[in-house]
Structures are given as structure tokens and as C-alpha cells.
Ligand binder design. Structure first.
Ligand SMILES: O=C([O-])CC(=O)C(=O)O
Ligand SMILES: [Mg+2]
Length: 203
């Protein structure tokens, strides 16, 4: 269920979906090569407070990706300790609109984390937040149970119901591009393959 989306990659999944399923490009992997796919478990946190992340680890199922709205605040909401706890419970990764720290250790652990900042400033533990309720990540709604796929190009979030169709369309797209690339290697031009020579000029 998660190998194929990773193999197709976020750019292909986005194009194949025909949906506004991409998260803001401000979300970046905190170490090069990080990638993850899994069921979203949504978390809402307050500015500078990571208590809901600790609660989320109790709720999480193996294979879940924590998707956290922390309002983009520049705090280190997540680091080595939480990653070790997450790995022990089979949590597959993290996407947070906020900061992450201990990034060298996360890379060594191989724990895939995506955030909008790397930040060393620690958090308080005063507001329990929500775990599992729908959230909005920089304008994109995310529900627990959605498929989240994150790689070096970006992040897509797909409602469960559309996943089989998007995977099928993604496979078709890859096959078509592979056929095109075989012809490009023979010297043909994208202008001809994509039929772009006779495009009408802007009036
Ligand atoms: O402790 C925290 O709140 C965040 C962190 O650095 C870790 O999990 O290692
Ligand atoms: Mg730490």
C-alpha cells in the first residue's frame, strides 16, 4: 500500500490526481533523501507547545504518519527523543507546520521528518490540543485516514477513496513518460512529442 506511492513519487501522484492535493512547498525534508508514505494521523498543536505530539504517540497505529498543524511556529516541536519513541511504536514519519530539531540524529535513525523550519527553541507542555480531528495545513484540509506521501519534491495528501484511481493514473503516466524518454534518447524533440509546434500564440 505504501511502496507504490513512494515509487511513483509526489510529482507524479499530484499530476495523476487532478486534485489540489499538494501541501505548500514550504514543507521540506529535514534530512536529504527522507521519504515516507502512510496513513495520516492528524494533530493540532498550539504555538510553542508539543504536548499533543506526546498524546498522538499513544493513539498512533503502526504505519501512521503524524501530520501536525503547529501554525508554522519556529520551535523545535520534534527531535530525537520523540523519534525514538515513534519508531518503537511503528510510526512511519512526521509532517509538521512548525520546527524540528536534532536533525542529524533523525538522519542517523532514518526517521523521515518534514517541517517548515529547523529550530532549536524548545516547547512547553500546557495545551493538550487535538489528535485525530480534521486540520488545515496551510490551506489544505487533512483528515485522519488520508494517504500522505512525502519525498524530496514535496508532499501530497490523498483522501482514501481516490487512492486506487490515482495510483492507476500514476502508473499510466509513468509508462507514457518512459516511452517518451526512450524516443528522446533517440534524438526526438519534446516539441514534436508533445505536439507543441503549432500551439496558438497568445492573442
Ligand atoms: O524534547 C522535545 O520536546 C523535542 C526534542 O528535542 C526531542 O524529542 O528530542
Ligand atoms: Mg531533543
Amino acid at each position: 500500500m505504501t511502496a507504490e506511492p513512494l515509487e511513483l513519487g509526489t510529482a507524479t501522484l499530484f499530476e495523476a490526481s487532478g486534485l489540489p492535493c499538494d501541501l505548500d512547498p514550504a514543507f521540506r525534508p529535514v534530512w536529504p533523501g527522507a521519504r515516507v508514505a502512510g496513513r495520516a494521523l492528524t494533530v493540532q498543536a498550539a504555538e510553542g507547545d508539543n504536548l499533543p505530539l506526546h498524546w498522538a504517540l499513544e493513539e498512533a497505529e503502526p504505519g501512521d504518519v503524524l501530520v501536525v498543524d503547529a501554525g508554522g511556529a519556529r520551535f523545535g516541536y520534534w527531535g530525537e527523543v520523540l523519534a525514538v519513541a515513534a519508531e518503537a511504536r511503528g510510526v512511519a514519519g512526521l509532517v509538521i507546520d512548525g520546527g524540528v530539531r536534532d536533525t542529524a540524529r533523525l538522519r542517523e535513525l532514518g526517521f523521515p521528518a518534514f517541517g517548515t523550519h529547523i529550530a532549536i527553541r524548545g516547547t512547553g507542555k500546557r495545551w493538550r490540543g487535538t489528535v485525530g480531528a480534521p486540520i488545515v495545513m496551510r490551506g489544505r484540509p487533512v483528515r485522519t485516514g488520508d494517504l500522505v506521501v512525502a519525498d524530496e519534491d514535496g508532499i501530497v495528501v490523498l483522501p482514501e477513496a481516490v487512492v486506487p484511481g490515482v495510483l492507476a493514473a500514476g502508473r499510466e503516466r509513468v509508462a507514457k513518460e518512459e516511452a517518451f524518454m526512450a524516443r528522446l534518447r533517440e534524438g526526438e524533440l519534446t516539441l514534436d512529442l508533445y505536439g507543441m509546434r503549432d500551439l496558438p500564440e497568445l492573442p
